[in-house]
Every structure is written in C-alpha cells, then in structure tokens.
Design a protein around this ligand. Sequence first.
Ligand SMILES: Cc1cc2nc3c(=O)[nH]c(=O)nc-3n(C[C@H](O)[C@H](O)[C@H](O)COP(=O)(O)O)c2cc1C
Ligand code: SF4
Length: 503
Amino acid sequence: MTTVYVPLDSVAVALDANAVAEQLSQAGATVIRNGSHGLAWLEPLIEVQHNDERIAYGPMTPETATGLIADGVLKHPLIDHPLCQGTIANHDFLQSQHRLVFDRIGQDSPLQIPDLADVHKALAMPPDALIQMIETSGLRGRGGAGFPAHIKWRTVRDTEAPRKYLVCNADEGDSGTFADRLLLEGDPFRLIEGMVIAGHATGSNHGVVYLRSEYPVAENIFKQALDIARENNLIGQNVLGSDFDFDLELFVGAGAYICGEETSLLESLEGRRGQIRIKPPVPAVSGLLSMPTLVHNVISFAAVPAIVRLGGETYRDLGIAPSSGTMSFQLAGNIKRGGLIEVPFGITLREMVEGYGQGTLSGRPFKTVQIGGPLGAYLSQQDLDARLTYESMTELGAGIGHGGLVVFDDTVDLAVQARYAFEFCELESCGKCTPCRIGSVRGKETMDQIISGRASSQEFNMINDLCEVMDRTSLCQMGGMTPIPVRSAMERFPEDFVQGTSA
Ligand SMILES: Cc1cc2nc3c(=O)[nH]c(=O)nc-3n(C[C@H](O)[C@H](O)[C@H](O)COP(=O)(O)O)c2cc1C
Ligand code: SF4
C-alpha cells in the first residue's frame, strides 16, 4: 500500500485536510498525519511516498484529490501535474532555511517518539556546564523581549527555595504569529526535550505549559505527547535512567492577550484574573506560587536541544552576535508565500518579503510590514534593506518580538492602523494602570477625529502627548509599546495623517 502524509495542523485542517485524508484512505492509501512543513500557502500539502522518495502536491482540495487519485498518484509520481511540488526538501522556500528548532517538523507523525540523544547528553552534564553552554550560545528569549536566557537560568538555579518551576509561555497572542502552534502541533517532543534539559540545569522538577485556549489541535496533540513522553520515561521519575525527576503538565488559558505577559500568566495559572504583577521581584526569583520560576516562550525552550547538540559556540556563530542562532520568522498578511522561515539572524527584510514571500498576494505595490505583533512598528519600503537582528531593529525604533511579519499593500491606511493599535490596547488592557486604561480610549477617540478629517494641530499634539505618557508611565509593555505602531505609522506615512481645515 502506498503511504501518503497529510498534515494535521490547524491551517491544513481549516482547508479541508481531513476530507483529503479520508479520500486517500478510501482509495487504499496508508495515511500518516504529519506536522506542517510551514509552507502555509501550499496547504494542505500532501506527500506521496514512492520507494524512498516523497513527492509533494498542493494546495489540495477534496476535488483535486479525486483527480490525482484518478490519474494514478498512488501508483506512480505525477511529476508534470500542476500541483506537483517535487521533493519538498528541495523546494526553494525550505532549501535556503537553516532549521534547528523546526528540523524534524513534517517528517513524521508528531506523536512518533524521537531520538533522545540530546536529552541523554544534557542529563550527563553538570547543571553549571549546561548554563555556561546557554550563556556561550547567546540564546535570547524568543517570546518578545529578547532577554538573555542564561541570566534567568542562573538566577533560578542560584535562588534558594524548596521548589522551583518551569513555565512555558504558549499563549502566542501576537497577530500574524504561529511558530508556537506549528511546533506544538507538529513536533511537541522538541518542546518537552527542551524543558527537561532546562529543568535539569535549573534544578526545577516541575513544568507547566500555558497554552492559549484558541489552539485546540495543539492541546489535543500535546496531551497525547505528554502520555507518550511519560510511557517512554522522558518525563516522570528518574528521567531516562538518571537521578533527575521531572513532571510536566498542560494548562489551558482563558483567552486574553495580557495573559501572555509573564506575570499576568502566573496570576492566571494561580487561578486569579490575568493582571500584571509589579516587578521586582522577577519570576526567576519569585514566580509561580512565589517560587523561583523560569518562564520561557515555546521556541526558546525548543532551541535548547540544538544548542546541546551543536555546542554553544557553533550556535552563537550562526547569526550576528549578540543576535545569535536562528530565529523562527512567520510571514503573514498580504503576501504570496506565507509561512514559517527559520534562518540565522541577519537576513534582510527584503529577502523575507520579496524573496521568501515573493511580494504581495494582491499583486499591488508593497506599502508596509508590521514587525513584532500588534504593538510592533510599521516599516516602509526604505527600511527593507535593514537586517533582522535585535540591534538593527532597535535602531529603526522597532523590535523583532516573536518574529511575526505582517505585510500590507498600498491600500492600507496607516491612520486606521494607528487607531487599531489604541483600540487593541483598550480591549486587551488589564486595567491596572491609568495611562494604558484611559490613554488607549482617548487615543482611539482622537484618531477617530483625525481619520474623519476634522482634526486640528490640537489632536495631533494630543496623540503625541498620549504616546509620551503611555510610553513613560505604563506599568507594563502593553501600554508601554502601544505608541510604537502609532509613532512609526505617523513618522513613516505622514500622508495618511491629514490635518483638517474645519476645526
Ligand atoms: C502584553 C504582552 C504580551 C505578551 N505575550 C506573550 C506571548 O503571547 N508569548 C510569549 O512567549 N511572550 C509574551 N510576552 C513576553 C513575556 O512577558 C515574557 O517576556 C516571555 O514569556 C519570556 O520568555 P522568553 O524569555 O523565552 O522570551 C508578552 C509580553 C507582553 C508585555
Ligand atoms: S500597561 Fe495596561 S496591561 Fe499593563 S499593567 Fe497597565 S493597564 Fe495593565
């Protein structure tokens, strides 16, 4: 019987992958549900195995599946078929990537227990040596702030306490981002491996993955992966025969952007409303249940096995230090080829948008790309040759955040986008501090006046003042970063912010 791989990730499923799988199965194929390779515009992207070769076809629909089956796709490759993508590893979108976190994704069922050599190696290392390796690697948090990982690891290790915890932040609320989801759905063991290693290094015996409720497929797969990990002694007592005990559980959040901020997340985990905690103390000193807690994004933990495998120096030498290693960028919005691009830091925005993405889906001229989520900067054509490193983005008044890139064509109105930033903040604010709670509402109202053409210089001054106050006095980065999209839009696209004459 011919084996066919059909992705089970949310994007493929939303595009009828289950029906395609059912049809192939009824036609006599052995169907394996794999993770997505991350070429979102080709989903559902199936692969048909002939001898040692897997030939890909996509994007599939139930109708095109009927046609392919009738043409004999289960008997021999249909290389000349318009949907044939050849061997997927040779696709230009994948060939030029350098995948370390996503290297296994798409190859097999996400529930296939992988080779655990990296974990064996790490468990044989003294914790201090592991933390030194993380320091050498230059790993910085992939959740948004880009904070050096080793500082948090060492703080948790060195803080005296009866218990220590790991918390994985899988709340992934940024618009246009999906790297965490793709990994949890397609290779959950990568995260579990990373957390086991981090637990051993920091002296934490208990981990929690905080997953956003909007990811039911990831929830289902991760639950099964936890059972398989337990059966295979990747978690539990005496992990892989060592003297290290580590347990891991899944917690599904209640659905709020602010619960992605680490202290709100901890509040939510402890059963309270997701509101910011005042820092200090930082979670690495006093986090979950007041114990030292290492909070990391999914991709930060998932980068750890590769660092153990390659060594800190080799990992650091990828990218442009101090932006070291690879970053999992997510290309979305009005773009021809959206998807997951894991490459060393240092690629230019142009290579991303015009190379990987091949320009706008609409075919209209590119106008802007928002980088780093809903509170990220809008960059223009003039910024496209900037390199994607933490440092060069800071120079532009932007941030890489979780690696989301949302592209817009020339029909977008940046004044509307600036209003959206305030509205987003209004809706998602936890309400604890005045600049964010009230400033976002006043900002939205003032932007309404600007958009209607009734604004005078007074309204423009008001926006500038609100941005200043929110930036300087908000308790957390929710209010603190809202001025970033607003200011970047006003600076780079002043033609969209026109002063009226009637006021
Ligand atoms: C409003 C707000 C939302 C955030 N949302 C997320 C999120 O969805 N996922 C995430 O990993 N980090 C998010 N963060 C960053 C976290 O607070 C924290 O820095 C991160 O989880 C630390 O992990 P890292 O060191 O691996 O980056 C958010 C921060 C803010 C201010
Ligand atoms: S800035 Fe906004 S989200 Fe952050 S504490 Fe203040 S009100 Fe809450």
